[in-house]
Design a protein around this ligand. Structure first.
Ligand code: PRP
Length: 174
């Protein structure tokens, strides 16, 4: 049915397994260091909550908000900041946390914003990547799943603000 979750693309148990692996991978690269996770609102909130606990050890987190002007499909892709981080980024080891990379416009903009504030290191963790839709070259250092070009909801992702709290990732009906 149109606009409703139709089938599960990634079951919750698989997401959990993958995030546990990503957390261990991240911690291994920052032994003993405090990592500052910066989640991109709102979709990344649930992923960030699980990833932060999977990393174990010293982790801090904060959020940043961005929104695109006009249509998401527009290639002009103008983005503006709707909420800035509260914590200082200079000198910090930051990991930008995204639920999904679609065109790459949002991530490209946020990396530009944060990068010029002088973090000690800056990496990207994304739960899902849709390479078929990329319009920008964006680095993803830690990736959960590569997915096909389908509209997905659940685990933080919405359709008109609904379905964010679904534990699994679903494909929305045509
Ligand atoms: C989604 C997603 C990413 C962005 C990816 O956010 O969370 O931030 O779009 O798209 P892009 O690669 O084409 O820029 P959205 O703007 O839907 O806001 P939300 O997270 O609050 O749902």
């Amino acid at each position: 049915m149109r606009g409703q979750p139709e089938r599960i693309l990634i079951p919750a148990a698989e997401i959990e397994r993958r995030i546990r692996f990503m957390g261990a991978e991240i911690r291994a690269e920052y032994p003993g260091q405090t990592i500052l996770l910066i989640g991109v609102l709102k979709g990344s909130a649930i992923f960030l909550a699980d990833l932060a606990r999977a990393i174990t050890g010293p982790v801090r987190f904060d959020f940043i908000g961005a929104s695109s002007y006009g249509s998401r499909t527009a290639s002009s892709g103008e983005v503006r900041l709707t909420k800035d981080v509260d914590m200082p980024v200079a000198g910090a080891d930051i990991i930008v946390v995204e639920d999904i990379v679609d065109t790459g416009t949002t991530l490209d903009f946020i990396l530009g914003q944060l990068g010029r504030r002088g973090p000690r290191s800056m990496k990207v963790a994304a739960l899902m990547d849709k390479p078929a839709r990329h319009q920008r070259d964006v680095p993803i250092d830690y990736l959960g799943f590569t997915i096909p070009n389908e509209f997905v909801v659940g685990y933080g992702l919405d359709y008109a603000e609904d379905y964010r709290a679904l534990p699994d990732v679903w494909v929305l009906g045509e």
